[in-house]
Design a protein around this ligand. Structure first.
Ligand code: AMP
Ligand code: GLY
Length: 428
């Protein structure tokens, strides 16, 4: 069958590689794709926001499944349009994607269904929000309600910082996304990313990972889209996984079904593992980037089969199987990221790095220009390695990173540090 994959990041290149392993796949189209996906599929120039153009392409190319990578098209209702026109899709409808698109919606759902999360309040004006801050004090977390490209969250350590965040959001720092603000209790613990595949009625645990959101070594500096990840995250023990499914994921799937917004696709729970158990920080309605790059290379089952089953509301009984290996991804970013990245610099020796045993490189913000590979975005390449342990995967990934010649880029040197420390002390 023919598949259309929407997106252009490292996540989509990793999804494309996994789809390629499926016996069911004939032609793979990626819109818009990147130089990495061009090697294993056909990149197509469609304006994804133009739903009529997507439908038109699906008809002409006999597309049997559309897989939506990023959140914007989901929140924009692309899956609704596809379903209306009888084109199967993997991903939630606009109403179900509110789990990511509106933090206030998700917090209210947690309250109504007893899902463990940080205590919170919602505000649509600055004055009451500021009063609430003064009553509760710091540390406290201030969030713009809607999508803000990962920048709408301020974990304030002082009251002053929290007040400034509230002011900035109501002054329009995030446009309409900040027209409503959620203020919540600051949770303490270790974070983990938990992924489940849902078919509208049921959810299967997929895999876990740990992201590294800060730009600098030792988790310092501003937040980014993610500078690296490893999988599995051993902090999510089988016990914790059972609690996450029973206390967080399953009640959410039930709730969305009751709200006539059944959730199909990937439910990505950002968790805080607190001393009182796992709590939901936030939901995303899609695969994570770079978490996908460390989960899919370990997947032993057929991803396309799984996505089709989810889109048809008929997930298998058994959870997907993964190789008993660790995977680790180091993100290479253009200088000045997460500020405006300096693009256009040349990247050399990627092929040498790809030749390292157990290493796969996926593209994100790259561009080809007459045989040269150039940086064309913030996060540019993902160097992923498999190993028997996270430490081994880490050593291989950095050995490959060190073969790449790119003076215009940088990466963190400590991806996986928590897990490597646990492995070294024999815990976890
Ligand atoms: P988000 O953009 O919603 O993923 O949030 C970015 C980061 O802010 C999360 O990964 C956490 O590190 C942090 N964060 C969000 N909410 C809380 C909370 N209630 N308590 C502590 N940290 C939080
Ligand atoms: N890695 C974080 C995200 O995909 O949202």
């Amino acid at each position: 069958m023919n598949v259309l994959l929407i997106g252009s990041g490292g996540r989509e290149h990793a999804i494309a590689l996994a789809l390629r392993r499926s016996k069911l796949l004939e032609r793979l189209y990626v819109a818009p794709g990147n130089p990495g996906t061009a090697r294993i599929g056909e990149n197509v120039e469609i304006n994804v926001a133009d739903h009529a153009a997507v439908i038109d392409f699906c008809r002409k190319a006999a597309i049997a499944l559309v897989v939506v990578g990023p959140e914007q098209p989901l929140i924009g209702g692309l899956v609704d349009t596809l379903e209306t026109h009888g084109v199967p899709a993997f991903g939630p409808t606009r109403a179900a994607a509110r789990l990511e698109g509106s933090k206030g919606f998700t917090k209210d759902l947690c309250r109504d269904y007893d899902i463990p999360t940080a205590r919170y309040a919602r505000f649509s004006a600055a004055e009451p929000a500021l009063r609430y801050l003064r009553e509760h004090g710091a540390p406290i977390v201030v969030k713009a309600d809607g999508l803000a490209a990962g920048k709408g969250v301020v974990v304030a350590t002082t009251l002053d910082e929290a007040e400034r965040a509230v002011q900035a959001m109501f002054d329009g720092a995030f446009g309409l996304s900040g027209a409503e603000v959620v203020i919540e209790e600051c949770l303490e613990g270790e974070e983990a990313s938990f992924f489940a595949i849902c078919d509208g009625v049921r959810a299967l645990p997929f895999a876990t990972a740990q992201d590294h959101k800060r730009v600098g070594d030792g988790d310092t500096g501003p937040n980014t889209g993610g500078m690296g990840a490893y999988s599995p995250a051993s902090v999510v023990t089988p016990d914790i996984e059972a609690r996450v499914m029973a206390e967080i994921v399953e009640p959410t799937v039930r709730a969305m079904h009751e709200k006539d917004a059944p959730f199909k696709g990937v439910l990505y729970a950002g968790l805080m593992l607190t001393k009182d158990g796992p709590k939901l920080i936030e939901y995303n309605c899609r695969f994570g980037d770079p978490e996908t790059q460390v989960m899919l290379p370990r997947l032993e089952d057929d991803l396309l089969e799984l996505m089709l089953a989810a889109s048809r509301g008929a997930l298998p009984r058994e959870r997907p199987r993964f190789a008993p290996l660790a995977a680790l991804t180091v993100v290479l970013a253009a200088k000045n990221y997460p500020g405006t990245p300096i693009v256009g610099s040349e990247i050399r020796n990627v092929q040498r790095a790809e030749a390292v045993e157990g290493v796969v490189i996926t593209h994100a913000g790259t561009r080809e220009d007459g045989g040269r590979l150039l940086a064309a975005g913030g996060r540019v390449l993902n160097v992923t390695a498999l190993g028997e342990s996270v430490a081994e995967a880490q050593a291989r990934a950095y050995a490959a990173v060190d073969l790449i010649d790119w003076p215009g880029g940088f990466c963190r040197r400590d991806i996986g540090w928590r897990e490597v420390a646990r492995e070294t002390t024999g815990r976890g």
